[in-house]
Design a protein around this ligand. Structure first.
Ligand SMILES: [Fe+2]
Length: 301
């Protein structure tokens, strides 16, 4: 039986990008993140307004590609326990537990290759920034990622059985998983292969989400879906597409849940009123966003 407390949260995600300079400009000047740590050759770390060391890592490469996610653990020994569990289950440990470089915030961690080659870094004790950034039009933190999977049941078993995530809701297309009070931290979507469906950043409140969305519009990035309010999670959303073709979300007001939360079934959500937006105002995602959600809108394609 998995210990549900070993994974503490979602720390960051990593993208390989074809045009690092263009992506850097987008995530900093348009999306509202800031550089974290000293400049590095070939990759860039970004922080949000909160104190987490970094929430996005961009690595310059030959193509646009989702690389993986980073999960924080509740203790140093949790890294060792999880790596032991993953090794016993036959997963490849690419970097065994060790102290991590100060350049990326230090701490203690390990890297594993999960189901469908999903790279998962486990980290504990990374340094935090000493102060928050005061600009409520910009994101507070990374709050969830949705991953497309062609080995759906194996992924679900991996996240629940090995990493200790709990199920919050199930729809026809997705299963929503949590590792804390947020309704979902990871969601898995049925897809052709492992890819990033989207990454979501928490905004302070609805006003912040709208001011941030206004900045994206000003820079020529359309709101591809939203504003709206989701069914599962009840969070408010606006979706955009980055210059590489990845879908990114500003979100706020997600339901906070505990063990008493009743898992909604696919049937329940299929019959949920005003699906997919509780307000009945958002309509459907743009065609471009639907492609990006499927992991098929990247600039390679
Ligand atoms: Fe989302």
């Amino acid at each position: 039986m998995a210990d549900k407390h070993l994974v503490a949260g979602l720390e960051s995600f990593q993208l390989e990008v074809k045009n690092l300079n263009q992506a850097k400009t987008f995530y900093r000047e348009v999306f509202g993140l800031e550089f974290a740590g000293p400049p590095m050759t070939g990759s860039t770390l970004f922080r949000a307004n909160g104190t987490t060391h970094h929430v996005v890592e961009l690595v310059e490469g030959k193509r646009s590609r989702f690389v993986g996610i980073e999960l924080s653990t509740s203790s140093r020994s949790a890294v060792d326990i999880l790596v032991g569990r993953l090794g016993d289950a036959g997963f490849s440990i690419s970097h065994p537990p060790a102290l991590l470089s100060d350049v990326t915030g230090g701490g203690y961690g390990a890297t594993v290759e999960g189901v469908e080659g999903l790279r998962i870094q486990l980290v504990y004790g990374r340094v935090s920034h000493s102060h928050v950034l005061e600009d409520r039009t910009k994101p507070l933190c990374l709050t969830h990622v949705v991953l497309n999977s062609n080995e759906f049941e194996r992924q679900i078993n991996f996240f629940i059985g090995i990493l200790g995530f709990r199920v919050s809701d199930i729809t026809e297309r997705m299963t929503f998983l949590r590792c804390g009070a947020d309704h979902h931290t990871i969601a898995l979507a049925h897809g052709d292969s492992m890819s990033l469906n989207h990454a979501a950043f928490a905004m302070e409140d609805f006003d912040s989400l709208m001011y941030g969305s206004g900045r994206l519009l000003e820079f020529g990035h359309a709101i591809e879906w939203g504003p709206g309010r989701h069914g599962p999670g009840n969070n408010v959303f606006c979706y955009f597409i980055d210059p590489e073709g990845f879908a990114v979300e500003y979100t706020t007001d997600m339901d906070q849940v505990d063990e008493s939360y009743e898992v909604g079934s696919a049937e329940y959500w299929t019959n949920f009123p005003k699906r997919p937006c509780r307000w009945g105002v958002a309509g459907k995602p743009s065609e471009k966003l639907a492609m990006a959600f499927a992991g098929k809108g990247l600039i390679n394609d």
